[in-house]
Ligand binder design. Structure first.
Ligand code: AMP
Length: 220
């Protein structure tokens, strides 16, 4: 069987992290861990934590680092993620999160790479405005090409527009990306872990580019 991998996906909201994470997780047979999906599931449960998470998410704000780090550490250090690795989608988003991740992975052999999906802001704004997502498996669609009846082709789940894909929340999330998350590109570059991939084009082409680059860099 193909070896596993420990991978972080970086990129602006709408750069295609969710779509690529799904493809990469199937290719490498490792879990796709999306903090946004974990938080949305918690929000749907209606718990007290879920209500607090939903408030941050709907405003496009970041969830506090201590909450995020606790959730991710638990997920990464158990089960399939511990044994084979993972594709992390939407984490880390701040320097304290990136540092916590390095610490958590030290006993497991560290990270293999941080893939940065590079897409211009005007393209991601257009993608986010037309985005529709499956509430069950997280598959992404565009409004013009989403399956009729709003049923996911992948898993049969319900396809909806996200509550935070409003113009105000999109702007807020992109501002926070610039302030908090984009510095992580040099954080990983300094540690020799950065792999930059052009995120424009057909999702399969972007995926092929990513896997080729990981092979070329000796990451897999
Ligand atoms: P996403 O689906 O990755 O766009 O995440 C949706 C929302 O969940 C974000 O806008 C944040 O409110 C929250 N969130 C997800 N991941 C993180 C993270 N690593 N740090 C802080 N907040 C996060």
């Amino acid at each position: 069987m193909i070896p596993g991998i420990r991978l972080v996906l970086l990129g602006k909201q709408g750069a295609g992290k969710g779509t690529q994470a799904l493809k990469l997780s199937r290719h490498f047979h490792v879990p796709h861990i999306s903090t946004g999906d974990l938080f949305r599931a918690e929000a749907r449960s209606g718990s007290e934590l879920g209500r607090a998470l939903k408030k941050s998410m709907d405003a496009g704000d970041l969830v506090p680092d201590d909450v995020v780090i606790k959730v991710v550490e638990k997920t990464l250090t158990s089960g399939a993620a511990r044994a084979r690795g993972f594709i992390l989608d939407g984490f880390p988003r701040t320097r304290p999160q990136a540092e916590a991740l390095l610490r958590a992975l030290e006993p497991l052999g560290g990270l293999d790479a941080a893939v940065n999906l590079v897409v211009d802001t005007d393209v991601v704004v257009a993608r986010l405005s037309g985005r529709r997502v499956c509430t069950r498996c997280g598959a992404n669609y565009q409004v013009e090409t989403a399956p009729e009846g709003g049923v996911c082709e992948n898993c049969g789940g319900e396809i909806v527009q996200r509550d935070d894909d409003t113009p105000e929340a999109i702007q807020r999330r992109l501002d926070l990306y610039e302030q908090e998350t984009s510095p992580l590109i040099s954080f990983y570059d300094e540690r020799g872990l950065l792999a930059e991939v052009d995120g424009l084009g057909d999702p399969q082409e972007v995926f092929d580019r990513t896997v080729k680059l990981l092979h070329e860099n000796g990451r897999r």
